[in-house]
Design a protein around this ligand. Structure first.
Ligand SMILES: NC(=O)c1ccc[n+]([C@@H]2O[C@H](COP(=O)([O-])OP(=O)(O)OC[C@H]3O[C@@H](n4cnc5c(N)ncnc54)[C@H](O)[C@@H]3O)[C@@H](O)[C@H]2O)c1
Length: 383
């Protein structure tokens, strides 16, 4: 087995999710590579050391540039706020490292283009952590669509609802709250939550050609943790948009952090000529399926428990009937990335795929400003 030395940057929420995946992947998947937790990098050396001890990293760095210079690192894993992705990825590509980058790829499409050019010029394997593709129920939805079971697709409906920023006393910026600071996040729910919905949608239903959006910032000013001053809020607290897909389907997307009672309600429903599919992150191990070809008297929505050996990824886990959860999506993504290195069929989404999501986000934010339908500059084909 070949060791693959990981240099992780950022020990927050995603730093933990990725570390867990690197540690477990070889226990459940047969692979020729073994991720080795070589170094964790974060600015606070003490906290980084504590993280290294807890997760089993061999060493600590406090400057990501130093980490990238190290000859013993094969993969740079970027799990830091959005405004740091490009600079780190450009340097890592130049140093010839493989790159795993958190989503959204970049602050906007223009920045994303430079990142795509850098990894493609360097010829380094690259992947973006749009992990919801690897929920077995979502992967099954992709298989059913690709098999043509839905027929012509008329509608795509997605939403991602949260409620954690309703308090006007919540500050913006700094650790844990960088998502409210437009300089660190690039945008609000559009780049944070809708980016996930868009990535899944492009994967399942092909490219989006045009959008018409509205956004709102409900709390206009918040104290900034880093400056101590009350500053204008630059992110979108909520966003809803209409979209037309290249295949003619109509879509609605909605996201907010102001939907009282919802913590992470990511749902989508797809309606085709012959069948419909629905999925809900709160019930992630189930796929709802309606097949119009069923005998009329018994026709209805099926709730399929995605835990059997012939469901995507499930033969690698427990016995049929026992479900898996959120963290497994990251393990699947690492397994697919390593499998891609071994088969020479690189895993998706790569930087180029993730750039398409960026273009849609850009068009959404532009439309919210202009009040007009906006074309998506470059439209993805089916991935
Ligand atoms: N795939 C997903 O479902 C998912 C979920 C959450 C977050 N994310 C993405 O992951 C990234 C990180 O989000 P998070 O929730 O883990 O954030 P977090 O705030 O929990 O952690 C961010 C980490 O980055 C570190 N950091 C910040 N600037 C740094 C720098 N210049 N050098 C080194 N370390 C630095 C912080 O100290 C912290 O350890 C974001 O891009 C976010 O959009 C993706």
């Amino acid at each position: 087995m070949k060791n693959l030395n990981i240099g992780l940057i950022g020990y927050g929420f995603m730093g933990r999710a990725h570390s867990n995946a690197f540690r477990k992947v070889n226990n459940f998947f047969d692979l020729a590579h073994r991720p080795v937790l070589k170094a964790i990098c974060a600015r606070d050396g003490g906290k980084a050391k504590a993280f290294a001890e807890r997760w089993g990293y061999e060493s600590v760095e406090t400057d990501w540039r130093k980490l990238i210079e190290r000859a013993d690192i094969d993969v740079i894993d970027i799990a830091t706020p959005n405004n740091t992705h490009a600079e780190i990825a450009l340097a890592a590509a130049k140093a010839g490292k493989m790159i795993l980058c958190e989503k959204p790829l970049s602050m906007d499409g223009k920045e994303g283009v430079r990142m795509v050019q850098a990894v493609e010029k360097a010829g380094v394997p690259n992947m973006v952590w749009y992990n919801y593709r690897r929920v077995p129920a979502v992967t099954l939805a992709k298989q059913l669509i690709d098999e043509g079971r839905l027929g012509r697709i008329f509608h795509y409906r997605a939403k991602f609802l949260q409620d954690w920023t309703i308090s006007k006393d919540l500050p913006q910026g700094g650790a844990g709250l960088w998502r409210l600071d437009v300089k660190a996040a690039g945008s609000g729910v559009t780049g944070d939550l809708l980016a996930h919905c868009i990535d899944t949608a492009l994967w399942l239903n092909g490219g989006i050609s045009s959008v018409s959006a509205m956004t709102e910032t409900f709390i206009k000013e918040r104290k900034h943790t880093l400056t101590g001053k009350v500053e204008k809020v630059g992110i979108d607290d909520a966003c809803a948009f209409l979209a037309r897909f290249g295949n003619g389907a109509l879509a609605t997307f909605e996201s907010t952090r102001y939907a009282r009672g919802h913590k992470a309600l990511y749902t989508f429903e797809i309606n085709g000529e012959n069948a419909s599919i629905a999925w809900d992150l709160h019930d992630l191990h189930r796929l709802q399926y309606f097949d119009h070809q069923d005998e009329g008297r018994l026709r209805g929505w099926r709730s399929v428990h995605i835990t059997d050996g012939d469901h995507p990824y499930m033969k690698n886990w427990w016995v049929p009937g026992l479900q898996i959860g959120y963290e497994h999506t990251f393990i699947h993504q690492v397994a697919d990335f390593l499998g891609g290195l071994e088969s020479n069929k690189p895993a998706h989404p790569n930087f180029r795929d993730a750039l398409e999501t960026q273009w849609v986000c850009d068009a959404v934010l532009k439309s919210a400003k202009t009040g007009k339908w906006e074309k998506v500059p470059r439209r993805a084909g089916k991935q």
